[in-house]
Design a protein. Structure first.
Length: 153
């Protein structure tokens, strides 16, 4: 049996979510407490680009690799997977807004509102995903690496 087939996908998903939560908090902590607008080379801009890329990459990988395998082995999860993919689309839109706010130098308060929105939807999405698909992931066979299935975290 190939080593990739021995991956515990439920554990890998929880780990990916933990890393993304930490990346959001690192991005939030880079927000200037004085309320000054960041410039394009600020820590906030760098953290934001990293966080936005990581979260978006995670969702694209799930959509491309993990979810098709899950749908094939568990067709009864079709509606759940559709909802998760819809969340991915919404989060992509919110991430684009966050990135634009940072790159265009919006105020710290405006960026904080973007981070709050992304954080709230992200957390709701992660909890729903973990509640609905962790059990089926425990037995899932995916012919992919962790990076291909869950993104470059």
């Amino acid at each position: 049996m190939d080593a990739d087939r021995l991956i515990a996908w439920d554990r890998e998903l929880r780990t990916a979510h933990s890393l993304l939560r930490a990346a959001l908090e690192a991005t939030r902590s880079a927000l200037s407490p004085g309320g000054a607008a960041p410039d394009a080379t600020s820590d906030l801009a760098l953290f934001c680009i990293g966080f936005c890329s990581a979260l978006d990459g995670h969702h694209r990988s799930e959509d491309r690799s993990l979810f098709p395998a899950l749908r094939e082995e568990h067709p009864e999860l079709g509606g759940t997977i559709d909802k998760l993919m819809q969340d991915h689309s919404m989060l992509s839109h919110l991430l684009a807004g966050l990135r634009h706010a940072v790159e265009s130098g919006e105020s710290a308060a405006a960026i904080e509102r973007h981070l709050d929105g992304v954080g709230a939807i992200m957390e709701s999405h992660f909890r729903f995903e973990e509640r609905e698909i962790l059990e089926p992931l425990r037995t899932l066979t995916v012919d992919a690496t962790v990076k291909d299935a869950l993104g470059p975290l």
